[in-house]
Write a protein that binds this ligand. Structure first.
Ligand SMILES: Nc1ncnc2c1ncn2[C@@H]1O[C@H](COP(=O)(O)OP(=O)(O)OP(=O)(O)O)[C@@H](O)[C@H]1O
Ligand SMILES: [Mg+2]
Length: 348
């Protein structure tokens, strides 16, 4: 047995790491931009050699494709099709949930997904990892899962001669409300890199995460962060034309409008393919850019419309849902003035 808290056996823990979490990607291959260079780079860090003694940080602004690429890499790491070897062995992927109290559960699930056994067995095992008593606090729940993972790591390393890897995606969800948990994960990542027990990979959209991590002594064991950025113009246009079947001329215009952020390209491609006119897309994107820039006041908003009715129509669609503090003032000015005045700032 691995320990009284977890009740996970050596055999099952080895099995779980052997298979890996292999998280789903959620995009069909025909719509996927391969981004082979980035994936290769990520795959390398997911297959550490025996002496690897650093942990990793993957960063990049919102919607650049970090989750997608990390998930692909974590499924493919170590794959050898010729020899019939499935990828993902030794890689556990944990998506940090929006609500901290679900962290223990997310951890347990990530570990459970790695099992091949039938669901009732995995549910049972999850209970063993996480404990069944209700009065145990959430913090001890995720700590217990962490402990189970570490014990499994030691077994895996002894058997396979290489450290397993744990990926924490969306760590920015910890940095504001539970920064001390991020600190614990980082300290643990450092200690375990030192002892070559497991390698951690932190994936974050917010600069506040690497900034906090960098400021701590445990940063001494971090590799230089890997940044996942926007697509080049060529990649963006190819995505719109080849993967989304947008016409060439429209693709050029859409790229000029939003730039090379995949999440933006995907959104405007969806709109265009749904039959929305380019001018309408442009107007909505301009509003979105203003809202995202957090610089929009109601005056600027009204300037986007020809008349009050047009503005009201948009307001009814609740675009100010996330900006309840904005006040309603009437100031209709021509839309073209703001669209071509350089006041619209796109965030790339
Ligand atoms: N290589 C790709 N090919 C096609 N679509 C992609 C690719 N990468 C990401 N996408 C799509 O772009 C959107 C954003 O991707 P993803 O969620 O991976 O970004 P992210 O950087 O993790 O975002 P966040 O910062 O919000 O966590 C998703 O809808 C995803 O399906
Ligand atoms: Mg993400």
């Amino acid at each position: 047995m691995l320990g009284t808290e977890t009740g996970v056996t050596n055999a099952s823990s080895t099995k779980l790491l052997k298979k890996g979490t292999r998280p789903g990607v959620g995009i069909s291959e025909d719509k996927l931009i391969p981004r082979l260079k980035v994936i290769e780079r990520l795959k390398k860090i997911l297959q550490p050699n025996e002496d690897q003694s650093f942990y990793h940080v993957v960063c990049g602004e919102h919607g650049t494709g970090k989750t997608t690429l990390t998930r692909i890499a974590s499924r493919e790491a170590g794959q050898d099709k010729d020899r019939g070897i499935q990828g993902g062995a030794g890689v556990i992927y944990v998506d940090i949930p929006p609500d901290f109290k679900d962290l223990g559960d997310a951890f347990g699930k990530a570990i459970n997904f790695a099992f091949e056994e039938n669901i009732s067995f995995t549910v049972q095992l999850g209970r063993k990892i996480l404990g069944t008593t209700k009065d145990k606090s959430e913090i001890s729940e995720w700590k217990r899962a962490m402990k189970a993972f570490k014990r499994a790591s030691a077994t895996y390393k002894a058997k396979h001669g290489k450290s397993p890897v744990i990926i924490y995606d969306n760590v920015s969800r910890l940095v504001h409300k539970n920064p001390e948990v991020l600190d614990i994960l980082q300290d643990d990542a450092k200690d375990n890199a030192d002892y070559q027990n497991y390698i951690a990979v932190f994936v974050s959209s917010e600069g506040s995460v690497p900034r906090r991590m960098e400021s701590r002594s445990a940063w001494s064991r971090a590799e230089n962060p890997i940044e996942i950025g926007d697509l080049s113009k060529e990649e963006s246009i190819n995505y719109l034309i080849d993967k989304r079947k947008v016409k060439k001329e429209e693709a050029e215009k859409l790229y000029e409008l939003v730039g090379g952020r995949i999440i933006d390209l995907r959104r405007v491609a969806n709109k265009s393919l749904a039959g929305q006119n380019f001018e309408v897309i442009k107007q909505k994107e301009s509003i979105k850019a203003l809202l995202d820039s957090k610089e929009l006041d109601f005056t600027a908003f009204m300037e986007l419309f020809n008349n009050y009715e047009e503005a009201s129509e948009v307001l009814e669609k609740n675009i100010f849902a996330y900006h309840p503090e904005k006040k309603h003032r009437e100031l209709p000015v021509s839309i073209s003035r703001i669209l071509y005045s350089g006041k619209v700032r796109y965030i790339h």
